[in-house]
Design a protein around this ligand. Structure first.
Ligand SMILES: O=C(O)CCC(=O)C(=O)O
Ligand SMILES: [Fe+2]
Length: 368
């Protein structure tokens, strides 16, 4: 950069409007998480990966060993020590809460181009019918990566906190998810950056920070919906990160087992392997099956605010399955059966379009 500051001025001029912080920033009240349920529930036992091991001598090998216990038969694990403070995470919850308190006209003025298979922006309440004639009670707001290809209109609230949201988004993507993707690739005897290369931050894809709000329903409504908030599904992307969630509604299912609750306490993030990794590894990595149900009786009246980070494949990822000595030994050798002449991004958007308006069968798992 030149020392007369011109380069800096040029840079600021070319920054997308969304990234330029407006002042003053309206302070947000500190987010208080609701208490956990006191009801006794059946919780899934989940492997916990301590990410602070990653940079210790021998740490990656130890983490790879731990991965072997959970990535093939389950597809869910927890991570701790992700390098973000509780305050940084709680600020995202505070922004999420403030977003859903904006007037509905303002939320609706930033609707995502859903008809293009693209969730960038607001996805209004009741967009999906869970059963014929029964609309979901979920609204969400997705903030795509902070790259020129993803820019769109944003409410002032989001513009004011864009620096903090960008830091969160980049950290989850380039630090946390890349660590996991590198360990997974090494474990599978693939080049270390095999998965990272198809998920680079600067390439176009639909990775996003997502703020979610499930509105509570009455007892009668829950009965009509068979208690479903979100049908059983696997996620379509690469990896999903689900943050602290005291309202016990998320359930996961191992192969041929009953549904169990997934507990995500403070200091922990749940990670869900998604369809792209399952496809690329010919089914060796398992895309975790999950659903969201009405919470237990001491929480059923509460709205449920969620914070999620989704990593999704980019336009640089060839939609072709992989081969490695590990995969061959494990009986998951390359198959060309589902290879396509398209990118991960094209595959992803085609899936979102196909899903729109789909009529879900009660116990059928679909991708979301
Ligand atoms: O709300 C949750 O806990 C899970 C959300 C989810 O499964 C999804 O958005 O794909
Ligand atoms: Fe999901």
């Amino acid at each position: 950069m030149s020392d007369d500051g011109c380069a800096l001025v040029d840079l600021i001029d070319t920054l997308p409007a969304q990234m330029a912080r407006l002042t003053p920033q309206i302070p947000l009240p500190k987010y208080e998480h609701p208490p956990e349920t006191k009801c006794s529930l059946s919780y899934a036992s989940v492997v916990t990966i301590d990410l602070s091991e990653y940079d210790r001598p021998g740490g990656r090998d130890r983490l790879a060993q731990q991965f072997k216990e959970c990535v093939h038969d389950f597809g869910f694990f927890n991570i701790t020590n992700i390098g973000l403070s509780q305050d940084e995470i709680d600020l995202q919850f505070a922004i999420a809460k403030a977003f859903f308190e904006l007037p509905v006209e303002e939320r609706l003025s930033h609707v995502a181009p859903l008809h293009e298979g693209n969730y960038n922006g607001y996805r209004p309440l009741g967009t999906l019918s869970l059963f014929p004639g029964l609309q979901d009670s979920l609204e969400f707001y997705s903030i795509f990566k902070f790259i020129p290809q993803s820019q769109r209109s944003q409410p002032d609230l989001i513009k004011q906190y864009s620096a903090e949201i960008e830091r969160f988004s980049r950290h989850m993507h380039e630090n946390v998810s890349f660590k996991l993707l590198r360990i997974l690739a090494t474990m599978l005897e693939l080049p270390e950056d095999q998965f990272v290369n198809g998920n680079r931050y600067e390439d176009e894809c639909d990775s996003s920070v997502r703020y979610m709000l499930y509105h509570s329903r009455s007892q009668e409504e829950n009965k009509m919906f068979d208690d479903y908030y979100l049908r059983g599904h696997t996620d379509k992307g690469t990896l999903t990160f689900l943050f602290q969630q005291p309202i016990a509604a998320l359930q996961v299912q191992r192969v041929q087992a009953d549904w169990e609750h997934l507990r995500i306490p403070a200091g922990t993030v749940a990670v869900n392997i998604a369809d792209a990794l399952q496809f690329l590894t010919n089914g060796y990595l398992r895309s975790g099956l999950h659903r969201v149900m009405a919470p237990p009786k001491d929480q059923v009246h509460m709205d449920r605010l969620g914070l999620v980070y989704f990593v999704r494949p980019t336009d640089k990822l060839p939609w072709k399955s992989l081969d490695s000595p590990f995969l061959r030994r494990a009986g998951h050798a390359k198959t060309t059966e589902h290879d396509r002449d398209m990118s991960g991004l094209e595959w992803w958007r085609a899936g979102v379009k196909a899903r729109k308006g789909a009529n879900y069968m009660k116990d059928t798992a679909r991708s979301t």
